[in-house]
Design a protein around this ligand. Structure first.
Ligand SMILES: N#Cc1c[nH]c2ncccc12
Length: 385
């Protein structure tokens, strides 16, 4: 699906009526969702045994198998029966809620796997680490897509409130990029003030090369952009405050937003001291992100505001990539870091970027790790839709 397709379907309610559209949506989802769940379940079976056998991984696997079993009961259901269609919508809400803690629970599975060694990167061999990185990127991207499909249906037909008036499900046809980014900054700043008792200012520049006087708006999911921006601002503020110490004046976080006919780019620049180049690959590594500190040993995955990078960056990159955007982080050690969010300007170009499940995926779970620019590092890119 593209964002435009989601939008067109939502807008067709006025033309075709809610009942007709709910049945059409139900008919699509009762086929599409089991396919996406089945692909995830089959890929979980390809995981290293050392991760599959972990108690938390078993819990997640059980949630997916139960949800799949529930959805396929609708495969031949009579959708002319309003009660069945209504029950389907309620079951979707139940399934979505069942999966609310998948990220934390899967992260706990990774912690259970790597628990006990001082340096997580030694105890878990490189092939296992690569397999887990490859799997989790695909697994969480599919989860984002499944929740998007469910949310669109339950907001349009399940009586759940849209985020705001004028929205079509979770989509804002006129998403004001500047406002969402400013909102995320304010939320991160509040967290920063509570933690560091100080916070950097925001210096924002907006350039609309398409319509110079117009606000920078695109068709997008505001909650996705907020999630990404909030995470990046937290990291930038943490670096700025920790470098600045108790100094009275912190350097501002500078944001430049540019909209062209092709892309929207949102660059966030801080003077937080930057990241050594040797550490850059770890920014997006799930294994490194969940390397438990001593205080975490034996406990659940700690999510401490402003601490570590956690899963925030890898997940934020998936949200950006979900509608064919991206997230890149560039850093100059000793000075600061630029994080750039790229989004598609045209909703027709913003189609779901989903993992493809085929035989060559198997290779990724058994390929040996090569050093340097291994082809396998990018082979998964050919395994995405
Ligand atoms: N994302 C992000 C970051 C933005 N600034 C940073 N400084 C140190 C480490 C990570 C970051």
């Amino acid at each position: 699906m593209s964002i435009q397709a989601f939008l067109d379907f939502g807008k067709s309610l006025q033309r075709n009526g809610k009942t007709f559209c709910e049945k059409a949506s139900c008919n699509f989802l009762r086929k599409e969702l089991p396919v996406r769940l089945a692909n995830i379940i089959k890929e979980i079976h390809l995981l290293p045994e050392s991760l599959i056998c972990q108690p938390s991984t078993q819990i997640v696997q059980g949630w997916y198998e139960k949800s799949f079993a529930e959805l396929i009961t609708y495969e031949q259901a009579d959708l002319t029966n309003d009660a069945i269609v209504s029950r389907f919508t309620q079951d979707l809400i139940k399934i979505r809620n069942r999966h609310n803690l998948v990220v934390e629970t899967m992260a706990q599975g990774v912690v259970e796997l790597s628990r006990g060694s001082e340096d997580k990167r030694i105890m878990v061999d490189s092939v296992t680490r690569d397999s887990i990185q490859y799997f989790l990127d695909r697994f969480y991207m599919m989860r984002i897509s499944i929740r998007m499909l469910i949310n669109q249906h339950t907001i349009l037909f399940g009586g759940e409130l849209p985020f705001s008036a004028g929205h079509v499900g979770t989509i804002d046809p006129e998403c004001d990029i500047q406002l969402v980014v400013e909102d995320a900054f304010a939320s991160a700043r509040s967290l920063c003030e509570n933690f560091y008792e100080q916070s950097p200012e925001l210096k924002m520049t907006c350039i609309n090369t398409v319509n110079r006087e117009e606000p920078l708006k695109i068709v997008y999911v505001p909650s996705h952009l907020f999630h990404i921006s909030f995470e990046l601002f937290k990291n930038a503020m943490r670096a700025t405050c920790e470098k600045g110490g108790a100094s009275l004046s912190l350097p501002p976080i500078e944001v430049v937003i540019v909209k062209t006919t092709e892309d929207v780019a949102i660059k966030m620049s801080d003077q937080g001291g930057g990241i050594p180049q040797r550490n850059m690959p770890q920014l997006f590594e799930y294994m490194f992100s969940t390397a438990p500190s001593p205080v975490d040993a034996g406990t659940s995955v700690n999510v401490v505001p402003m601490a570590g990078y956690g899963y925030g960056l890898p997940l934020s990159r998936l949200y950006a990539r979900y509608f064919h955007g991206d997230l890149q982080v560039y850093s100059i050690h000793g000075f600061g870091t630029d994080a750039v969010i790229y989004l598609k300007t045209l909703s027709e170009s913003a189609s779901e970027f989903l993992p493809v499940f085929n035989k060559s995926v198997m290779k990724q779970y058994s390929s040996t790790r090569t050093h340097g620019w291994s082809s396998s590092k990018f082979s998964h890119l050919v395994e995405w839709g």
